[in-house]
Design a protein around this ligand. Structure first.
Ligand code: KG4
Ligand code: ZN
Length: 348
């Protein structure tokens, strides 16, 4: 553990959660979460069955100041106590990212603190260091509403991409399946709940790319099959959910096993699988991955659900990682980015 510890305010506004958090610690972690305020806009978007960007940016703008105040007061600190202000600068819905980034710039300027512009995906990637102090290198399975990737992580900014989705993200597949079945938004928890009462063998759904070389994912064929199944037959939501989830688990297991082999070739000393992103909150997926880790001699690390879904503690922690690595912060002129890939060097 490094002797210098950092205290950071984190701000997250890239999707439909307005979040602020104060975190203290140093790489490699674990760190201390002094406050973690997450205001979810789920209710505002629920009538539309998905996030409406315009509604999201306005909602962020209305409450971001209050959420930050709450995070500071609950942590019993002031801006003057901070070593820096970390904020999501992308990827995400650009209007929301602009609200968070502009607020963070104003605070950094006013309080004369370094601004740390964080990649949202890096926040997810580093969460297991905040919670468990996981050492580099580790294999990351990032499964959220917007992303589905397998990445080798060997430093706070050292990523090697093994596979990613060629169409939908896995969380998106959960959300669309829920919509087809008339289940409430967000779909992941609703499908998981319905699946508990259904049979995973009721319907034989496709497993796109399963058994193929490489570690890429594809979910759009699965989603189409679910739509056809529901249109053509009077299948129960419970059985469709259970069969859908079984197909997803099969795909994740197959792709992750291949990425484990790729990772082992690159990092023979590495043996940790970290799962991050909202879908990591799914218990059945967690159990299947635990079994896979047992078979392949990996240790599984999954942050608790409230740190798997979008939050600002992971953004503050990403800032801690940057400062621990000697960064002095970013220029206040930095721009928000709608797209910002974590690793754009494909594995050869
Ligand atoms: O990481 P996250 O909060 O936001 C993004 O950055 O996308 O992930 C949200 C996604 C949604 O698609 C949601 O349906 C999914 O995570 N999700 C789940 C579960 N809880 C959330 N998917 C499956 N099972 C769950 N229990
Ligand atoms: Zn996310």
């Amino acid at each position: 553990m490094a002797d210098k510890s950092f205290t950071l305010l984190g701000i997250e506004t890239s999707c439909d959660e307005t979040a602020a958090s104060v975190v203290r610690g140093a790489a490699p972690g674990p760190g201390e979460i002094l406050s973690n305020i997450v205001f979810s806009q789920t209710e505002a978007h629920a009538p539309y069955g998905g996030v409406v960007p315009e509604i999201a940016s306005r909602a962020h703008l209305e409450i971001v100041d209050g959420v930050i105040e709450q995070a500071l007061s609950q942590a019993k600190v002031t801006l003057a106590d901070m070593d820096g202000i970390a904020v999501t600068a992308g990827p995400g819905l650009i209007g929301g990212v602009m609200v968070g980034l502009t607020t963070a710039k104003a605070l950094a300027l006013g309080a004369r603190k370094p601004l740390i512009a964080v990649n949202h995906l890096m926040g997810h990637a580093m969460t297991a260091r905040l919670t468990h102090g996981v050492e580099f290198p580790f294999l990351l399975l990032l499964v959220s509403g917007g992303h589905c990737q397998l990445v080798g992580v060997d430093g706070p900014e050292d990523f090697r991409l093994y596979g990613s989705t060629i169409d939908d993200a896995v969380g998106e597949a959960f959300d669309k399946t829920a919509k087809i079945l008339g289940l409430p938004y967000p779909g992941g928890p609703a499908v998981e709940e319905a699946a508990r009462r259904g049979s995973p063998r009721a319907h034989d759904l496709p497993r796109p790319l399963k058994g193929r070389a490489g570690a890429d994912f594809s979910f759009s064929g699965l989603k189409t099959a679910v739509r056809q199944l529901v249109q053509d037959h009077h299948a129960s939501a419970e059985d469709v959910s259970a069969s859908f989830q079984a197909a997803v688990i099969d795909i994740l297991r197959d792709r992750t096993r291949i990425a484990m082999q790729m990772f082992r070739r690159d990092f023979p000393q590495g043996s940790t699988l970290v799962v991050a992103g909202g879908v990591a909150a799914n218990q059945a997926i967690g159990e299947a991955l635990a079994k896979l880790c047992g078979e392949e001699d990996f240790t599984l690390r999954v942050p608790p659900p409230r740190l798997c879904t979008d939050n600002a503690a992971m953004i503050a922690w990403a800032g801690v990682e940057r400062l621990s690595a000697g960064s002095g912060g970013d220029d206040l002129a930095i721009s928000p980015r709608a797209r910002w890939p974590l690793a754009n060097v494909p594995h050869s």
